[in-house]
Design a protein around this ligand. Structure first.
Ligand SMILES: Nc1ncnc2c1ncn2[C@@H]1O[C@H](COP(=O)(O)OP(=O)(O)OP(=O)(O)O)[C@@H](O)[C@H]1O
Ligand SMILES: [Mg+2]
Length: 525
């Protein structure tokens, strides 16, 4: 049912009002009667009037004056007014009426159908205008609400983006083809690529991602289960290889048409390295303990056997042949004794650390090796720029340099140059003061494929002549001093240059005990 509109009838004669009421009654609208202009104004102010039906000539306020007053009010400027006039209206009067915005005229005698038709037309117009207004208002309200919602969601999005930027993890949003749509500050800092540089580009190409399984497999897991977790190997902008723990979650916008993947990556490179180092250290420590125990067990009977052999070798009952055999056996026994001593000294508990001069230790070793150097035609060059005072255990430090100098000499059977340099140094990573000793030879060099295993126990290229424990033990000792041992071997047209460098911090407080390999020292190879 259509809402009723109000029709205001104004006339000073109640009889006429009744006539209009009778004529318009069948329209089914609300009919309001006013007997004067003032009363009519009262109604107009109080209610929403669709049509005003008024007599042109009323005693206190004539129709035109009333229409003027009505039109002055902004709310009533468009109100429909039908004038009823008993006198003949000249064209001038009509014009005057229209200028005031009047809509229509009816002359007396009123023809009921005509009046009804005109009133109902205006009533309808008014109703439609009201409906339109209502719709407009509703629309406006909806627009306002939607704008407010949009503003709110934009605010939330911005807050979320701010939060994502606060995260230290690398967070990105990309489509299923890997094209990046979002890249947070964490990703910028970690990978070294700015947002501007990567948005719209393929993430896997930029980061050269190595996936743990095929891309299709991972994608099907994400599409089916909505998420995937695993480790990725990627390259940062400056070429550093990193391992990240990656969590990838499928984000679909309802229909899944514009599906995107939210990817959160956490750097676990250092953690993996630390775990690997710990595993290695534990392995070495365990081996060290076992080796120490075995060496200890072997050492006592070995001493007895060597003494017995010494006596046997000089026994008058032996002929020349037998003497050769005992000599060979004795030489081999000496080698066994050397191995057990090496192993034992590494494991043995030490006493108090004392100030040690590295240059003195080196000179001790070199004087022991002087004859060998001469015999092999090795030229020795010493450059001691520091006495190299550190706090430590002389026996251990001697063992480190004896191993390194021994290796250098053994690498130059045909002669060469042995250069030994001692200098004060600052280790860059932790900015620690210390002593650096570099032992450099022009010997056989180190093959790249051997380089990785050099510090492993029992790795040797000297077949039966080497035990392969020298560098392993040296590394363990240096580690105990929180120092570093590194090497580099370069190949030239005329041969190789190999340099072993040992850094011992001055503030080193070497730990005592067999678990020394578990110390958190940084040893690079
Ligand atoms: N200065 C060097 N030049 C060339 N190769 C070297 C040098 N120093 C070490 N190496 C290589 O590293 C290997 C391991 O050295 P390491 O001192 O641990 O054992 P080794 O010398 O073979 O035996 P030993 O236990 O008797 O010292 C050597 O066999 C050799 O191949
Ligand atoms: Mg050696």
């Amino acid at each position: 049912m259509e809402p009723k509109v109000n029709i205001l009838m104004v006339d000073d004669q109640p009889g006429k009002l009744l006539t209009y009421e009778a004529i318009l009654g069948e329209l089914g609208e609300n009919l309001i009667k006013a007997s004067s202009g003032r009363e009519a104004l009262d109604f107009l102010l109080k209610m929403d009037i669709a049509v005003v039906l008024m007599d042109v000539s009323m005693p206190e306020l004539d129709g035109f004056q009333l229409a003027d007053m009505i039109r002055q009010h902004p709310r009533f400027q468009k109100i429909a007014i039908i004038f009823i006039s008993a006198v003949h209206l000249t064209d001038f009067d009509r014009l005057q009426g229209y200028q005031r915005g009047a809509m229509d005229y009816i002359s007396v005698p009123v023809i009921p159908e005509l009046l009804r038709a005109k009133v109902s037309l205006f009533a309808e117009l008014h109703r439609q205008a009201r409906e339109l207004e209502l719709l407009n208002r509703e629309l406006e309200q909806r627009v306002l609400k939607r704008t407010e919602e949009l503003r709110e969601s934009e605010k939330q999005l911005r807050q979320r983006a701010d939060l994502l930027d606060l995260a230290t993890e690398a967070i990105m949003v990309r489509d299923l083809d890997g094209v990046l749509q979002f890249w947070n500050s964490g990703a910028e800092a970690f990978y070294g690529w700015s947002r501007r540089e990567v948005l719209g580009r393929n993430v896997h190409q930029i980061l050269r991602t190595k996936l743990p399984s095929s891309a299709e497999e991972i994608e099907s897991v994400i599409v089916k289960g909505g998420r995937w977790e695993g480790n990725l190997v990627q390259l940062t902008r400056n070429g550093r290889e990193v391992v990240v723990a990656s969590r990838q979650v499928l984000q679909s916008d309802g229909g899944g048409v514009r599906a995107a993947i939210l990817e959160i990556n956490r750097d676990i490179t250092a953690q993996l390295q630390a775990e690997e180092a710990l595993r290695k250290a534990e392995k070495l420590a365990a081996m060290g303990r076992v080796a120490g125990i075995i060496a200890h067990e072997i050492n006592n009977p070995l001493e007895a056997i060597r003494n017995a052999f010494y006596l046997l070798q000089h026994h008058p009952s032996l002929d020349d042949n037998a003497r050769v055999y005992t000599r060979i056996a004795d030489e081999e026994l000496t080698r066994v004794a050397h191995i057990t001593r090496q192993t034992l000294s590494f494991y043995r508990e030490s006493k108090e650390a004392v100030p040690v001069s590295i240059s003195e230790i080196l000179d001790d070793i070199l004087s022991l090796q002087a004859r060998l150097l001469q015999r092999n035609g090795i030229v020795l060059e010493k450059a001691y720029r520091s006495d190299g005072p550190v706090v430590g255990f002389p026996g251990e430090l001697k063992q480190v340099f004896l191993n390194l100098i021994g290796n250098a000499i053994q690498a130059m059977p045909e002669g060469g140059r042995l250069r030994i340099r001692v200098s004060e140094a600052i280790e860059k990573r932790h900015r620690r003061d210390g002593i650096r000793v570099v032992i450099c030879d022009t010997g056989s060099g180190i093959r790249p494929e051997d380089a990785k295993q050099l510090f492993e126990p029992f790795f040797t290229t000297k077949s039966t002549k080497g035990t392969g424990l020298g560098l392993w033990i040296s590394k363990g000792i240096v580690q105990k001093y929180h120092g570093m041992i590194q090497f580099r071997s370069l190949r030239f047209i005329r041969g190789h240059i190999t340099a072993f460098s040992v850094f011992i911090p001055k503030s080193a407080s070497p730990q005592v005990s067999g678990s020394r390999l578990l110390s958190g020292a940084s040893v690079t190879q």
